[in-house]
Write a protein that binds this ligand. Structure first.
Ligand SMILES: [Zn+2]
Length: 476
């Protein structure tokens, strides 16, 4: 049996963890780092085939030293570029080997845009495919800056951008960015435990708690600093224009060029919970749509999505995130619904930039399914014949890009070929499942409450400083 001292970076061995059912299990893990705190060794482990957000520091008694696999000789060299071996990322273990059916690049044999699809209910159950996340992850490059320079990050060189995409190459994939570096973030009344690395200044990564102003998202190193900041900061909502309000939910549109400091701080916070896309400090080409919930203290950030001002690839969302305290409550779908409402006003169809995170994909799948099923089930037959609709019509009504409509119909397994025609078959299971899901979907976007005029960014001089105030709904 190996000794604790022999456990080094790159070793693989079973590590004890508690699963969701509160049971102990021993999945294989990779040691990413070892540290010594007053004579006590701690090991940073990544569980192979589990999402990186579960990575953690563990003590030696959780390591199964009997089954240790030492790193292979040739594997030791590229320490700076990450250790070979694990390329993790399935979301949860139970879906890890299922089929990925999402990629719009997947050749689609069945209906074309001109295909007329008929809809009729059918008895019996339809089998559902389960989508899993593509096993890809993206990294961000590290940025060192001190607290006082938050308002002037302009001078920091950003990595070359690739056609407006937030997706980076893998060249910055090093051991540092594979490990979460912030222990805890205090944001308003919430304490957040980051899931992934975020390039906050290095000197702040040793703090037990990083304090953020919940309105301007400025980060400071202590509660005292935060209290001092709050006496000066008079923001009670995100900067930019409030373009939507219904009940306590509002959306603010923030221009990444006009509100650079806020946008950069938002990216830093978001990176703690997004691993597959990289933020760049060049926020100019992006708009940020921040969703807030109002109470007597102000407009509290719930989530956001970013969007390129001009997308050549019909992207209507770049990054999208619901902050953890608000997850699993329907807010993610509300963000997605809002992004399509903007596309409807723009008269375009749109799609989120790929790759999606595991959670992002689940939300999109569910949103697409519900939106398309809603349309199919409301189709009226005029002559007693089966009602008919084209893929193009579904796409135009919903602003969901055609490829996503098709992949959703395939995912729901609705498409059948019958007597030379493509037919959509809605089983009772599908109909009942949909009705149940819609009863639970209480949070909805009300398009009447959206006050949004799309801008034609291609006509705007990129270097010209202009004051743009197309719309400013006054607050309270
Ligand atoms: Zn502030």
């Amino acid at each position: 049996m190996a000794e604790v001292e022999e456990v080094t970076e790159g070793c693989h061995l079973p590590v004890l963890r508690r699963n969701q059912e509160n049971e102990d299990e021993w999945p294989l893990a990779e040691i990413l780092s070892v540290k010594d705190i007053s004579g006590r060794k701690l090991f940073y482990v990544h569980y192979i085939d589990f999402n990186k957000r579960l990575d953690e520091w563990v003590t030696h008694d959780r390591l199964d030293l009997k089954k240790i696999q030492f790193p292979k000789k040739e594997a030791k060299t590229p320490t700076k570029n990450g250790l070979p071996g694990s390329r993790p990322s399935s979301p949860e273990r139970d879906v890890k080997r299922k089929v990925e059916v999402v990629s719009p690049a997947t050749p689609i044999p069945a209906p074309t845009e001109t295909t007329q699809a008929s809809v009729f209910p059918q008895n019996g159950s339809a089998r559902r495919a389960v989508a899993a996340q593509p096993g890809r992850k993206r990294k961000s490059n590290c940025l060192g800056t001190d607290e006082d320079s938050q308002d002037s990050l302009d001078g920091i060189p950003s990595a070359p951008r690739m056609t407006g995409s937030l997706v980076s190459d893998r060249s910055h994939d090093d051991i540092i960015t594979r490990m979460k570096n912030i222990e805890c973030i205090e944001l308003g009344r919430h304490r957040l435990k980051p899931w992934y690395f975020s390039p906050y200044p290095q000197e702040l990564t040793t703090l037990p708690i990083l304090y953020l102003c919940e309105f301007c998202l400025k980060y400071v190193k202590s509660l005292k600093c935060l209290q001092r900041h709050l006496t000066k900061c008079d923001l009670r909502h995100p900067p930019g224009n409030e373009i939507y309000r219904k009940g306590t939910i509002s959306f603010f549109e923030i221009d990444g060029r006009k509100n650079k400091s806020y946008s950069q701080n938002l990216c830093l916070l978001a990176k703690c919970f997004l691993d597959h896309k990289t933020l760049y400090y060049d926020t100019d080409p992006f708009l940020f749509y921040v969703m807030t919930e109002y109470d007597s203290k102000g407009f509290h950030i719930v989530g956001y999505f970013s969007k390129e001002k001009e997308s050549t690839e019909d992207y209507n969302v770049a990054c999208i995130l619901t902050l953890p305290p608000y997850q699993r409550r329907g807010y993610g779908k509300l963000l997605i619904e809002f992004s399509y409402e903007l596309s409807k006003v723009e008269g375009k169809t749109g799609t989120p930039e790929k790759p999606l995170s595991d959670l992002g994909l689940l939300s999109y799948r569910s949103y697409w399914s519900q939106t398309i099923l809603e349309i199919l089930m409301n189709l009226k037959s005029e002559t007693g014949e089966r009602p008919q609709i084209t893929i193009n019509e579904i796409s135009e009504i919903t602003s969901i890009k055609k490829e996503d409509v098709i992949s959703t119909l395939q995912y729901l397994n609705l498409i059948n070929y019958y007597k030379g025609q493509y037919i959509l078959t809605l089983s009772e299971d599908i109909v009942e499942g949909h009705e149940r899901a819609m009863l639970k979907r209480i949070l909805r976007i009300d398009s009447k409450c959206l006050h949004f005029t799309p801008k034609d960014w291609s006509k705007r001089g990129k270097c010209t400083v202009r004051v743009l105030r197309s719309l400013n709904v006054s607050l309270l």
